[in-house]
Design a binder for this molecule. Structure first.
Ligand SMILES: *Cc1c(COP(=O)(O)O)cnc(C)c1O
Length: 391
C-alpha cells in the first residue's frame, strides 16, 4: 500500500512527513475563530483482501507501533435496550475500554508510531482532557515526552491520569481554545510533533480504525451510526474508515452517520443547518464535547453533506439521563460525552427502521468525570449505624 496526504480543500498532494500538518496553501488563508482550513487526509493506493489486517491500512509500519493494546474494543449486544426499543440489531461499540479509557487512544497510537518512525521524542498537545491523558499514556508506553496544555475546567481525574503517565502538564487560565493556541506556539518554539486534534492529520487517520473494526466485527458496515461530536474528528475518522473500505471495494455504500452535540455546545450542528460557523461561548456537562470552534468543522461539514449525514443536539438533561439509563440497563458506565450518542439515539429512534443495524459509539469511561456522573443519581447523604434503620 502507498500513502500520501491530500488536501481536503484544494486537492494538492504532499508526502507524509512531520513538517507538514495542514495544507500550507489553504492554511495561509486561515481566518481567526474559524475551523481549520486545509485539513489533510491520508490517501491510500493499493488493494486488500477481505481478511485484511487493520495495520495494512495504516501509513506507519507496525514495527513503529507503541507497545500498548489500543483498539479492538468490544461490540456489545445490549439485550435490555434491544427489547425496550425494538431495535433488534442494535450494538454499542465501547471505546471507553481502550487502555486510557477513551476513544482518543486511536489517534494517539498513530501519532506516537509516526513520531517513532521519524525519530521524534517530544509530543505536545492541547486537550479538554481525554486527548491529553491518552497521549500521555500512549507516549509513556513508547518512551516519548508529552507536554500537555489543559483548560482550567478539565476534570480532575483526567489531569491526574495524565500526570500519572508522567506528562508535563500546564493548566491555562481559560478554555480549550486558549490551550490550543498556546500548545501551537509552544510547538513552534520547541519543535517536536504537535498532536492537536484535526491539525495533525494522523489524529483523524488513527480514528478511522473504529470503522475498520466494526466492519470486521459485524461482517459488514452498519446502516446507521451515532457519534458524539466536539471538534468533529471522530466523525471524520469514522467516515474515513468507511471511505477506505469503499475505495478497497469491500463495501458499496457509506453508512448514515448521525453526529450528536450538546445543545449548549452545538457549533457544528448549527453550521450544518445554516452553513456558517459562528463563535459562541459554550458550556455543557459533557466536557469532552465542549468546543467553541470545532477545529475540524469545515472538513466534517463537507463529509456530512457529501455522505448524507445528519447533525442533531441533545440537552444536558438528556445526556445525564441517557448516561444513567445506559449504565443501569447494560452495565456500561460512560462519561457524559460518551452518552451523548445514546441520548441522540433515544431522541431519534422513532424515525429509524428498527430492523436496521444501528451502532452507538461510546467514547469515554464514566469514572473520568465522577462529579458529572453524580448529578443524575442520588448519593446517600446520611450514614447508617445499623441494618435495623433500613428495614
Ligand atoms: C474527544 C471526545 C469526543 C468528541 O470527539 P471530536 O473528535 O472532538 O468530535 C467525544 N467523546 C469523548 C469521550 C471524547 O473524549
Amino acid at each position: 500500500m502507498e500513502f500520501n496526504y491530500r488536501c481536503s480543500v484544494c486537492n494538492a498532494t504532499y508526502d507524509i512527513v512531520p513538517e507538514i500538518m495542514v495544507c500550507p496553501d489553504c492554511s495561509a488563508q486561515q481566518r481567526k475563530d474559524q475551523p481549520l482550513n486545509g485539513i489533510l487526509e491520508v490517501e491510500l493506493h493499493g488493494s486488500i483482501e477481505p481478511g485484511f489486517k487493520i495495520s495494512d491500512l495504516l501509513c506507519v509500519e507496525s514495527q513503529y507501533f507503541p507497545a500498548i493494546p489500543v483498539g479492538n474494543t468490544p461490540l456489545w449486544k445490549p439485550v435490555n435496550i434491544r427489547k425496550r426499543t425494538g431495535f433488534r440489531n442494535l450494538f454499542i461499540k465501547d471505546d471507553s475500554s481502550n487502555p486510557t479509557s477513551s476513544f482518543k487512544d486511536r489517534a494517539s497510537f498513530l501519532v506516537s508510531a509516526s513520531a517513532c518512525k521519524f525519530g521524534i521524542h517530544d509530543i505536545t498537545l492541547a486537550s479538554t482532557g481525554n486527548a491529553g491523558s491518552s497521549m500521555a499514556g500512549v507516549g509513556a508506553a513508547a518512551g516519548q515526552n508529552v507536554t500537555l496544555f489543559l483548560p482550567e475546567a478539565a476534570p480532575a481525574a483526567k489531569l491526574v491520569q495524565a500526570l500519572q503517565y508522567g506528562a508535563k502538564v500546564y493548566r491555562v487560565s481559560g478554555n480549550y481554545d486558549l490551550a490550543y493556541e498556546m500548545s501551537l506556539e509552544f510547538s513552534r518554539i520547541k519543535g517536536g510533533i504537535n498532536r492537536n486534534t484535526a491539525y495533525n492529520p494522523l489524529t483523524i487517520e488513527g480514528k478511522k480504525t473504529v470503522s475498520l473494526e466494526l466492519f470486521k466485527q459485524l461482517g459488514k458496515a452498519p446502516d446507521v451510526l451515532f457519534v458524539s461530536v466536539g471538534d468533529g474528528c471522530i466523525l471524520a475518522g469514522v467516515y474515513k474508515g468507511f471511505r477506505d473500505l469503499r475505495k478497497m471495494g469491500l463495501i458499496s455504500s457509506i453508512p448514515k452517520i448521525i453526529g450528536v452535540q450538546a445543545r449548549t455546545s452545538d457549533a457544528l450542528s448549527r453550521a450544518f443547518h445554516t452553513g456558517i460557523f459562528e463563535n459562541r461561548p459554550t458550556s455543557t456537562v459533557a466536557d469532552s464535547i465542549c468546543v467553541d470552534v470545532p477545529r475540524n468543522g469545515i472538513h466534517a461539514l463537507d463529509l456530512l453533506n457529501r455522505f448524507d449525514g445528519e447533525m442533531m443536539t441533545v440537552s444536558d438533561q438528556e445526556i445525564l439521563s441517557a448516561q444513567a439509563a445506559l449504565a443501569g440497563s447494560t452495565g456500561l458506565f460512560t462519561e457524559p460525552a460518551g452518552a451523548a450518542s445514546y441520548a441522540g439515539f433515544l431522541q431519534r429512534a422513532h424515525g429509524l427502521d428498527p430492523d436496521k443495524t444501528v451502532v452507538i459509539l461510546t467514547t469515554g469511561n464514566g469514572l473520568k468525570d465522577s462529579v458529572s456522573a453524580a448529578l443524575a443519581v442520588e448519593v446517600p447523604e446520611k450514614t447508617i449505624h445499623s441494618v435495623e434503620e433500613i428495614l
